[in-house]
Design a protein around this ligand. Structure first.
Ligand SMILES: [Zn+2]
Ligand SMILES: [Zn+2]
Ligand SMILES: [Zn+2]
Length: 273
């Protein structure tokens, strides 16, 4: 069996697959027996948030959290050609070491990692054995070209635009990806979207936006703010992610409508008409 991308409509050039849709602790949470954490609905099991983009046969990964390896196995991620990191929180980076398997199966291909300058500096600090320098000591480590992002850049034939947002104290970007005439923006961890960033999100086909829970939270979007931003951006389709254990998938469908809750393994064509 191949990856979910194999099941996209014939001719799809721009696809997306959710590797995880959960908040930092994941759902189920350790030691919780609430109705969501014990739900039999597979869509209520949420790994740490990550998105896999299919760009004409090449793959861009947005965030490599602690569940990255398990998700690659479960969803049969076929390859990784580039990685972009939104911010330096553990739930978005602590699976980064597992990128090395893709270096190996792709014949030693060096994989670029794009992120904001502070995030890159932090990645180098947290993973000091990963560097751009030649591998002299035979350590099995990821082969990475760290690339600080200070503005729009090209990756795998796509134009990628960083979308600066406010999320606690960490330098945090969402990313807008324009490819084959279609566009998707991914903002998994957000508290406030500045006006200048909203201006970069015009004309989107797909918006993927943080919705943590209904109750207020100091660093994340909650239901009313998510609904409000989604209405302002007015993408053709809006999906939400980075959920806590407060609501079941079935409850999220009602709470978010006309926006949609994503779930782990959801795969779709961004270039669907
Ligand atoms: Zn997060
Ligand atoms: Zn729970
Ligand atoms: Zn975060």
């Amino acid at each position: 069996m191949g990856s979910p991308f194999d099941n996209l409509p014939e001719g799809t050039r721009f696809g997306a697959l959710f590797l995880g849709t959960g908040t930092s602790v994941g759902v189920p949470m350790i030691g919780c027996d609430c109705p969501v954490c014990t739900s039999a609905d597979l869509r209520d099991a949420r790994c740490r948030s990550s998105l896999c983009l299919w760009l004409d046969g090449r793959v861009l990964i947005l965030d490599t959290g602690p569940d990255f390896r398990a998700a690659c196995l479960r969803w049969k991620v076929p390859r990784v050609d580039a990685v972009a990191i939104t911010h330096l929180h553990a739930d978005h980076i602590f699976g980064f070491d597992d990128v090395r398997r893709f270096n190996t199966i792709q014949g030693g291909q060096v994989i670029p990692c794009f992120a904001g300058p502070e995030t890159i500096a932090g990645m180098r600090r947290i993973f000091p054995y990963i560097s751009d320098a030649p591998n002299k000591i035979g350590l099995y480590r990821p082969l990475i070209a760290f690339t600080p992002v200070t503005g729009p850049f090209e990756a795998l034939g796509a134009t990628v635009t960083p979308l600066p947002v406010v999320h606690g104290n960490a330098e945090t970007f969402g990313y807008r990806v324009d490819f084959a005439g279609y566009s998707l923006a991914y903002l998994p961890d957000v508290h406030v979207i500045p006006g200048e960033t909203l201006a970069l999100m015009r004309g989107l086909d797909v918006l993927i936006l943080n919705m943590l829970r209904v109750r207020p939270h100091p660093t994340h979007l909650t239901l009313e703010a998510t609904r409000d931003y989604a209405a302002r951006v007015a993408a053709r389709r809006t999906l939400c992610t980075h959920f806590s254990h407060d609501l079941t998938h079935a409850e999220l469908i009602n709470a978010l409508a006309p926006n949609e809750p994503a779930w782990d393994g959801l795969c779709f064509a961004v270039d669907a008409p």
